[in-house]
Ligand binder design. Structure first.
Ligand SMILES: [Zn+2]
Length: 275
């Protein structure tokens, strides 16, 4: 599952000189620089910035993974060095080491945050990195901006042994997933679930239970998953937010989202016999 590995230690500055190789998480847009190998993909390692010809727009020190310093950088070009390529994190799932992919997800969110917080959201003056915490600071007005997270609820609803799955216009052809939506300001997670289900499929549920959470760096979501039992309502979709919704038996599931996603875990857990 996509997550920051337990062996990762976030730090603002390198601890000092080290003989171990440094990992470089280099992004062009949202795509990570890797070297393709016979078995998958490798990340570049070097003690200093290894790509003299690539101009960086920003660099951040991230921390260390199993004692190896981790850096991230955003480059101006989308043309990779010889023998390497820029690939999306989704495309690298199962091909890049899972711990490295987890750090890459962290790195991508910090790069995106740094890129979009160069100027103060309150007064418009340029911001600077803070030395004592992961934040950008506006010296003109004192405002501090922290890396942003957007909570998203996700819920698996089951009725008589069948799971509720729906199809949104942005999904790949044939793919259905569990219902999900952003939490609105002032809402609890539970309220967000009840609202989303009422708005999107006209369904009420009971027995909400927490399932698990997952970071989703596209661009900065925190997925918070629950399970629930159907209580009332006839399925109805509006044809815009959702194109279709239905109840599916575990042996007759439609196309599913990426195995990297929390939705996939929720659905697999159902298919494996959970209620
Ligand atoms: Zn300001």
């Amino acid at each position: 599952m996509l997550m920051l590995p337990d062996e990762f230690q976030p730090e603002l500055l390198p601890a000092g000189e080290t003989d171990t190789p440094n990992w470089w998480f280099v992004f062009a847009g949202d795509n990570l620089l890797v070297r393709a190998t016979a078995s998958g993909a490798e990340l570049p390692t070097a003690s200093i910035w290894p790509f003299a010809k690539l101009r960086t727009t920003r660099r951040l020190y991230l921390g260390s993974l199993r004692g190896q310093p981790c850096h991230t950088a955003e480059v101006e070009t989308t043309a990779p060095p010889p023998g390497m390529r820029f690939e999306s994190l989704r495309a690298l799932w199962t091909r890049l080491d899972e711990a490295l992919l987890g750090v890459a997800s962290h790195a991508l969110q910090l790069i995106e945050w740094d890129r979009t917080h160069q100027f103060c959201g309150r007064c418009g003056a340029p911001t600077q990195r803070r030395a004592d915490e992961r934040a950008r600071y506006c010296a003109a007005c004192g405002f501090t901006a922290y890396p942003r997270l957007s909570p998203v609820i996700m819920v698996r609803v089951v009725r008589d042994g069948q799971i509720l799955l729906a199809r949104a216009p942005r999904f790949a052809p044939g793919v259905y997933s569990v219902l999900a939506g952003f939490v609105e300001a002032g809402e609890t997670l539970e309220q967000a679930i009840h609202r989303e289900l009422a708005e999107e499929v006209n369904i009420r549920v009971r027995n909400l239970r927490y399932f698990a959470s997952q970071s989703w760096p596209f661009p900065h979501s925190l997925m918070i998953a629950f399970t629930a039992e159907y209580a009332a309502g006839d399925l109805r979709v509006d044809g815009r937010e959702l194109l279709d919704a239905g109840w599916f038996a575990p042996d007759a599931l439609p196309g599913l989202p990426s195995p990297m996603s929390m939705a996939w875990r929720l659905i697999q857990d159902f298919a494996a016999g959970a209620e």
